[in-house]
Design a protein around this ligand. Sequence first.
Ligand code: PGA
Length: 244
Amino acid sequence: MKLVIANWKNNPKILAQAKRIFLSVKKRAGQLKNVEIVICPPFLYLPELSISRSRLKLGGQDCSWEGSIPLTGEVTPSMLKSFGAEYVILGHSERRRYFQETDAVINRKIKSALKTGLKVIFCVGEDPRNQIKKGLKGIRGGVMPQVAIVYEPLSAISTQKGSLVVPAELRQKKTLIQNALKQMFSRTVSQKIKIIYGGSVDEKNIKTLLKETEMDGFLIGQASLSSSRFLKIVQFCNRNRRTT
Ligand code: PGA
């Protein structure tokens, strides 16, 4: 089953708009049984959206780690969980780039999120092998099926033109990521980990991506802010149930 994740980032501007998008996706989602849909809104919208989530799953776009020290401004994994989030995105390249998140910080967040029982959508980009090694350091193979790896190169994000990494390159990156995971965990464990692509995925390029890349799912930014565009992507994924 494909995993399709909407990353709304710092959008939409007001709650009423967020509810509108969410409810129109929800309306159709009930009929799409071959796809897992996760909506990751800004933290502030989670309480309201969690009331009516039904088949749609919710996720945070980041979180801190649990701990006894005060962390001004942070949202912990257990807070996310208490508002119905099942997932959290960690290591997104915008967090690495604009908030200077290091691999060590991401690793700490991943461990804490997993311990709390959240599923982790772990993003890697420019140097996937190294980011995987450092980000997943010290994590037991047993919990790894709760982690999905997103390959999302910075240059492919929000390009406006809908251009994307060529399928051949994506296939190659998928193999590289699988090999890195095999080296860290067992073969059996690595086969259970979903490998996803993100970066300007839209309703036009999704067909090619599905046909030519064998990715286990997609992380959608811009195109997820329009319910009709997002639903088209989800519908294509629902029809194509190949892979895990
Ligand atoms: P995009 O964003 O689809 O707008 O490129 C994807 C992401 O950054 O998660």
